[in-house]
Design a protein around this ligand. Structure first.
Ligand code: HEC
Ligand code: HEC
Ligand code: HEC
Ligand code: HEC
Length: 182
C-alpha cells in the first residue's frame, strides 16, 4: 500500500513538473530570441564606417602614433580627422591593390572627403578644448579608452560627471558655468 501511495505521489509530481518545464523552456527561448532581436551581437562595437578603418591594426599592431593622424590635438581645440591624403602617405606603397585601398585612392582622385561617422558627442553648450588637456599630459586613453584595441570606435556620450570627477581630482577649474558652458 505504501508503495502505491509513493507511486501516486511521483505521478502527481511529474504531472505537475512537465508544464512547468515546458513553460520555462518557452520563457528562455523567447528571452534568447528577444536578446538577439533587440540587442544584436554587433551593438558593442562602433558604427560601420565608409572604409573599414581599424585603430586596432593601425594604432595597435602597427604602432602608428595617434598624433601622426590627429596632429591638431595638442595645437587646437579639436583633434580633427585625417584627410584622405594622410592615408596615402603609406597606402601609396602598402597594399595598393587591396579593394578598400583602391576605394581610398578613388576618394583622393575625386577630391571627395571620406564621410566618417562621428562617434564622440558633447552636448552643444559644452566647451571642450583638447590642447589644455594634452598640455597637462592627460593620456588619450583616460578619456577615449583603449582605442588601439578597437576595430571600430564605439559611440561615446561624455557626461558632465566624468569631466567634473577628474577636474576635482586634478584641482582643475570646477567653475563649470564659466569654464565649460557657453
Ligand atoms: C603609417 C602608415 C599608414 C597610414 C598613415 C595608414 N595606413 Fe592603413 N595600413 C597600414 C599598414 C601597415 C597596413 C597593413 C598592411 C598589410 O596587411 O600588409 C594597413 C592596412 C589597411 C587596411 C586593410 C585592413 C585589412 O583588414 O586588410 C585598410 C582598409 C587601411 N589600412 C585603411 C587606411 C585608411 C583609410 C587610412 C587613412 C585614414 C590609413 N589606412 C592610413 C599603414 C598605414
Ligand atoms: C592611421 C591614422 C590614425 C591613427 C594612427 C589613429 N587614428 Fe584615430 N581616427 C582615424 C580616422 C580615419 C578616424 C575616423 C574613422 C573612425 O572613427 O574610425 C579616427 C577617429 C578617431 C576617434 C573618433 C572621433 C569621432 O568622434 O568620431 C578617436 C577618439 C580617435 N580616432 C582617437 C585616436 C587615438 C587615441 C589614437 C592613438 C591610440 C588614434 N586615434 C590613432 C585615423 C587614425
Ligand atoms: C580630457 C579628455 C580627453 C582627452 C585627454 C583626449 N580627448 Fe579626444 N575628445 C574628447 C572629447 C570630450 C571629444 C568630443 C569633443 C567634440 O566633439 O568636440 C573628443 C574628440 C576627439 C576626436 C574627434 C575630433 C573631431 O574632430 O571629430 C578625436 C580624433 C580625438 N578626440 C582624439 C584624441 C587623441 C588622439 C587624444 C590624445 C592625444 C585625445 N583625443 C585626448 C576628450 C578627450
Ligand atoms: C582626466 C582628467 C580630465 C578630464 C576627464 C577632463 N578634464 Fe578638463 N581639465 C583637466 C585639467 C588637469 C585641466 C587644467 C588644464 C590647465 O591648467 O591648463 C583642465 C582644464 C579644462 C578647461 C579649461 C578650464 C579653464 O581654466 O579655463 C576646460 C574648459 C575643461 N577642462 C573642460 C573639460 C570638459 C568639458 C571635460 C569633459 C568632456 C573635461 N574637461 C574632462 C583635466 C580633465
Amino acid at each position: 500500500m505504501g508503495n502505491i501511495a509513493a507511486l501516486k505521489d511521483k505521478n502527481v509530481l511529474t504531472g505537475n513538473k512537465k508544464p512547468l518545464f515546458l513553460a520555462s523552456t518557452l520563457v528562455v527561448t523567447v528571452a534568447v530570441f528577444m536578446y538577439y532581436f533587440y540587442i544584436p551581437p554587433g551593438v558593442d562595437i562602433g558604427p560601420e564606417q565608409p572604409i573599414p578603418f581599424s585603430h586596432r591594426l593601425h594604432a595597435g599592431i602597427k604602432e602608428v602614433q595617434c598624433r601622426f593622424c590627429h596632429p591638431y590635438v595638442s595645437r587646437s581645440i579639436s583633434a580633427g580627422i585625417p584627410p584622405v591624403g594622410k592615408c596615402l602617405y603609406c597606402h601609396n606603397f602598402i597594399i595598393t591593390k587591396h579593394p578598400q585601398i583602391v576605394t581610398v585612392h578613388r576618394y583622393f582622385n575625386n577630391k571627395t572627403p571620406i564621410s566618417w561617422v562621428k562617434v564622440n558627442y558633447l552636448p552643444e553648450h559644452v566647451l571642450f578644448n583638447h590642447q589644455r588637456h594634452i598640455k597637462k599630459e592627460i593620456a588619450c586613453r583616460q578619456c577615449h579608452g583603449a582605442v588601439e584595441t578597437m576595430d571600430r570606435i564605439k559611440k561615446k556620450q561624455f557626461e558632465m560627471g566624468f569631466c567634473v570627477a577628474c577636474h576635482r581630482e586634478k584641482k582643475a577649474n570646477l567653475d563649470c558655468w564659466l569654464a565649460c558652458h557657453s
